[in-house]
Write a protein that binds this ligand. Structure first.
Ligand code: NAI
Length: 300
């Protein structure tokens, strides 16, 4: 069971690995909470352009009166693109938000262990992969914990704090308190595939894709129905375009495998088609919907 711990000191820098949709948002949250944040990405120039995008976002928030201009500038200055993992030495907490792939995440944490202090916390933003398995080959498996933010990270309050079999309860406690200090609403979750939200959400996406395959309705119709009659803020297709079709397909596959191919969680072939076509959603300009500038929003 997690125990009560103190939040991470604001004096300690936070590292974020992966400067995509989630990494950028998490970096913003940590910088707004007062930490110096070092952002790393394997793709050349990705960390720099993410930081540039975040500074523009902060400037827009200042223009709209949601932040004092000097505060926006100070937060922007705390966001630092880093050239490699070695620059994360000294971070008290490193959160990874890279590709949803166990092998790649394991390799990353193995390398981070050789760079960070023994008491640093390693956190993964995985949506579905086992924290226990991810930690199994580490020297200090007790230091790894799930810190699962939701998209968009600066706006969504929920953070699932996921403990694997080896996670030190004080580590889970520190991450829980840190998330709270960062203005989030953390919950402790068990290390079950998909944790809480993604477990419940899988059938939401899965059934919607099945409806599409059965030509029961257009995506825009199904989305509108779920919004207007179901009370959801976004329909399943809008949401998967926001999440990223590649990320959502990887999570679907991982939950399906983890539940021993239970047909309830079977991914749709159309999800794979979208990924193969590069139609990843908002981030690539097209997914289920066309998000290119000037594209008209589909009517149900
Ligand atoms: P993304 O595709 O937008 O960004 C991933 C970034 O990681 C890319 O910039 C890529 O260049 C970088 N990357 C890949 N391998 C790397 C490595 N070995 N070292 C350093 N950088 C590397 O993906 P997104 O959506 O930000 O997802 C990241 C993680 O967060 C995944 O584990 C995903 O399951 C999880 N997640 C995603 C959510 C979503 O709505 N997109 C919500 C909550 C969690």
């Amino acid at each position: 069971m997690p125990v009560h711990s103190s939040a991470l000191s604001r004096e300690l820098p936070v590292g974020v690995v992966g400067a995509g949709t989630m990494g950028a948002g998490i970096a913003q949250v940590a910088a707004m909470a007062g930490h110096s944040v070092r952002l790393v990405d394997a793709r050349e120039g990705a960390a720099e352009s993410a930081v540039q995008g975040l500074r523009q976002r902060l400037a827009r928030m200042a223009e709209r009166g949601r932040l004092a201009p000097e505060e926006a500038a100070a937060i922007g200055a705390r966001l630092i693109p880093a050239g490699g993992l070695a620059e994360l030495a000294g971070c008290g907490l490193v959160i990874e938000a890279i590709v949803e792939d166990m092998k790649v995440k394991r390799e990353l944490f193995g390398e981070l262990e050789t760079i960070l202090a023994a008491d640093a916390i390693l956190a993964t933003n995985t949506s579905s992969l086992s924290i226990t398995a991810m930690a199994a080959h580490l020297e200090r498996p007790g230091r790894l914990v799930g810190m699962h933010f939701f998209n968009p990270a600066p706006l969504m309050a929920l953070v699932e704090v996921v403990s694997g079999l080896a996670t030190d309860p004080t580590v889970a406690g520190t991450v829980f308190e840190t998330a709270r200090l960062w203005g989030k609403a953390p919950v402790h979750a068990a290390n079950t595939p998909g944790f809480i939200v993604n477990r419940v959400a899988r059938p939401f996406y899965g059934e919607a894709f099945r409806l599409l395959a059965e030509q029961a309705g257009l995506p825009a119709t199904i989305d509108a129905l779920m919004r207007e009659s179901g009370g959801f803020r976004m329909g399943p297709f809008e949401l998967t375009d926001l999440i990223g079709q590649d990320v959502n397909a990887a999570v679907s596959r991982s939950v399906f495998e983890a539940y021993d191919y239970d047909p309830r969680y079977r991914p749709s072939l159309f999800q794979r088609e979208l990924v193969d076509a590069g139609r990843l959603g908002r981030k690539s300009g097209r997914g289920i919907y066309d998000h290119a500038e000037g594209a008209t929003k589909p009517e149900p």
